[in-house]
Design a protein around this ligand. Structure first.
Ligand SMILES: [Ca+2]
Ligand SMILES: [Ca+2]
Ligand SMILES: [Ca+2]
Ligand SMILES: [Ca+2]
Length: 476
C-alpha cells in the first residue's frame, strides 16, 4: 500500500505540471480520478474545483494560493487569479504577471471581435506596432513589448469606448488590466430638399435633464444629405439653419434606441425678400471692382446702371403692365424668391407706367417733405443681353430722387431731402427759390450722383437716382 501510495503521489507530481491534462478533465473524470487514487490507497488531500465545467485536481503537496483552480505548481501566475492562464508571448509568465505584457477586457455592449491598436510613442509621435482582436470573453493582450511608452485604444465604427485611450509604460511596475467599456452608437441622417440643398448647417442637440446641449454640426452635401455618426442612445433635437431660408419642420425630435435613424428630412423655403422690380447692374455699385457706397447712379438714362424686371426667368417677356403691377411702395412684390446664379428677365430703358408708380412712392401725396426711400434690390450682371440678367446678389439702395416728366426749367429740382425716417434733414439748398438748375447741380455734387462714365448725373425725365447703402450688401 505504501508503495502504491508513493507511486500515485509520484504520478500525481508527474502530472502536476501538465496543466493541459488537468484542464481537460471533466468534473466526472476528476472525481473518478480521485476515487481511483483513494481506492489505490492515496491518503492525501484532494482539491477538486469546478472551473467552467472542467474538474481539476490538486494534490496535498500543491496549493492554489490565488484560488483560481490552477495548482500553484502549474499556475503561470501563482498569486494572481488567472484561471485561463493567458500568456500572450508564450514565455510561461501569465499575462497578469508579465511586465512586458498589456492586457484587459472589453465589456459593455460588445465583447468579442473588437480590434485594439497599441501605438508606440517616440518623440511625441505614435506608431501602431500591433493590433489585436478580443476573444469571446472580451479579453485581449499584447505580449513581448519592448520597453517604452505606449497608447492603447479600441477601434470599431459601431461603438464608442470609455476610456477612448490609455497610456502606459513598459516595463510595467504595477501590472494591471486596462479595461474598456463599449457603448452602442448609431447614426442620424436625412436630406434637405426644396429651395436649397447644399451648404445647410444641421446641428444636433442632446436633450438631457431638461436642457439641450449642442453636440455637433454638419453641413449638407450637394444632394442635401447629412449624417451624424457616433450617436449614443438618447433623445435629440436636429435643427437646420441657412441664412435666407426657413425650414419645414423647423426642427425634429429624434429618439435613438436600437437602430440608426434615417429620413430625418427637412424642406427648405427661401425667405422671400421684398424686391422692387428693378435689378441693379453690378458694375454700377462697384468702383475698381469694390463695392462703393459713395457713388450714386441714375436709372433710365438708357445705360447699364439698372434694368426693369418682372422676375420671370430669362426668356420671359417683360412688359410694362407686369412690372407696374409688381411695384409696391412699402414691400415690393416679387412673387418668388430670387435665386443666386439664376437668370431673370429684364429690359432696359424707360417704362412710363412703372416710372410713374415709383414716382408716387417717392413723393406720396406731396404733403410731406421728400425723404429717402430704402429699397432692397437684386444685383445682376449686365454684360449679357439686356433681356436677361444673372442674379449675383442683393443690395440695399437709398433712392434719393425720382423725376417724372420732362422739366427743362428744372422747376421740380429738389430743394431738400430728409432721411428715410423723416428725422434728419440731409440736404437743403440755401436759396430754394428760383434757380432749379443750381439746386440740381448742388444736389448732384452733394450725393455724388454720376452717370456711367463718371460725369454728373443728368437731370432727365422718368429717372431714378440711387446710392448704394453704406450699411450692407450681399454678393455671391
Ligand atoms: Ca492558482
Ligand atoms: Ca494564477
Ligand atoms: Ca507571458
Ligand atoms: Ca513576457
Amino acid at each position: 500500500m505504501a508503495i502504491e501510495s508513493a507511486l500515485l503521489k509520484l504520478i500525481a507530481k508527474m502530472l502536476a505540471p501538465r496543466f493541459t491534462l488537468y484542464k481537460a478533465l471533466s468534473m466526472a473524470t476528476a472525481n473518478a480520478l480521485k476515487d481511483q487514487l483513494t481506492i489505490n490507497g492515496f491518503t492525501g488531500d484532494f482539491y477538486i474545483g469546478d472551473n467552467n465545467g472542467s474538474g481539476i485536481v490538486c494534490c496535498e503537496s500543491e496549493t492554489d494560493n490565488d484560488n483560481d483552480l490552477i495548482c500553484s505548481g502549474t499556475d503561470n501566475c501563482p498569486n494572481v487569479a488567472n484561471p485561463n492562464q493567458e500568456d500572450a508571448d508564450n514565455d510561461d509568465i501569465g499575462d497578469v504577471c508579465d511586465a512586458d505584457t498589456v492586457y484587459g477586457t472589453i465589456s459593455g455592449y460588445v465583447q468579442e471581435g473588437v480590434s485594439l491598436n497599441i501605438d508606440a510613442y517616440s518623440c511625441g509621435t505614435g506608431e501602431t506596432v500591433a493590433t489585436m482582436t478580443t476573444n469571446a470573453e472580451g479579453y485581449y493582450a499584447f505580449g513581448g513589448l519592448e520597453n517604452g511608452k505606449y497608447g492603447i485604444y479600441p477601434q470599431n465604427a459601431n461603438y464608442i469606448f470609455s476610456p477612448t485611450v490609455v497610456a502606459l509604460e513598459i516595463p510595467q511596475t504595477n501590472i494591471q488590466p486596462y479595461d474598456f467599456t463599449a457603448s452602442e452608437i448609431h447614426s442620424i441622417s436625412g436630406t434637405v430638399t426644396g429651395d436649397v440643398q447644399e451648404g445647410v448647417s444641421v446641428s444636433i442637440y442632446r436633450n438631457e435633464c431638461g436642457s439641450n446641449t449642442l453636440l455637433d454640426t454638419v453641413t449638407t452635401d450637394s444632394n442635401g444629405n447629412y449624417t451624424f455618426t457616433s450617436i449614443l442612445k438618447g433623445a435629440y433635437t436636429v435643427t437646420p439653419i441657412k441664412t435666407g431660408y426657413t425650414f419645414s419642420p423647423a426642427n425634429q425630435s429624434v429618439t435613438v434606441s436600437s437602430a440608426d435613424k434615417t429620413g430625418v428630412d427637412f424642406t427648405a423655403v427661401a425667405t422671400v425678400q421684398p424686391f422692387m422690380p428693378i435689378a441693379i447692374c453690378e458694375d454700377s455699385i462697384l468702383s475698381d471692382g469694390q463695392y462703393d457706397c459713395n457713388i450714386g447712379r441714375v436709372f433710365n438714362d438708357n445705360t447699364d446702371t439698372a434694368r426693369w424686371t418682372n422676375f420671370e426667368g430669362c426668356g420671359g417677356a417683360v412688359n410694362s403692365s407686369d412690372v407696374s403691377r409688381l411695384i409696391d411702395c412699402d414691400a415690393g412684390a416679387n412673387p418668388d424668391p430670387i435665386g443666386l446664379g439664376g437668370g431673370i428677365a429684364t429690359t432696359n430703358g424707360i417704362i412710363s407706367t412703372a416710372s410713374h408708380r415709383v414716382h408716387d412712392c417717392f413723393f406720396g401725396d406731396g404733403t410731406e417733405p421728400p425723404r429717402i426711400l430704402e429699397w432692397t434690390l437684386p444685383v445682376i450682371e449686365c454684360d449679357s443681353a439686356p433681356t436677361c440678367g444673372v442674379v449675383v446678389g442683393t443690395v440695399n439702395v437709398d433712392i434719393v430722387w425720382i423725376t417724372e416728366s420732362i422739366d427743362p426749367a428744372f422747376y421740380n429740382a429738389p430743394t431738400e431731402l430728409w432721411s428715410a425716417d423723416g428725422e434728419a434733414l440731409l440736404w437743403q439748398y440755401a436759396d430754394n427759390g428760383t434757380n432749379g438748375e443750381a439746386r440740381w447741380a448742388d444736389f448732384v455734387v452733394y450725393f455724388n450722383l454720376q452717370d456711367v462714365v463718371g460725369g454728373a448725373a443728368p437731370y432727365s425725365s422718368k429717372s431714378i437716382y440711387f446710392k448704394p447703402s453704406c450699411d450692407d450688401v450681399d454678393f455671391k
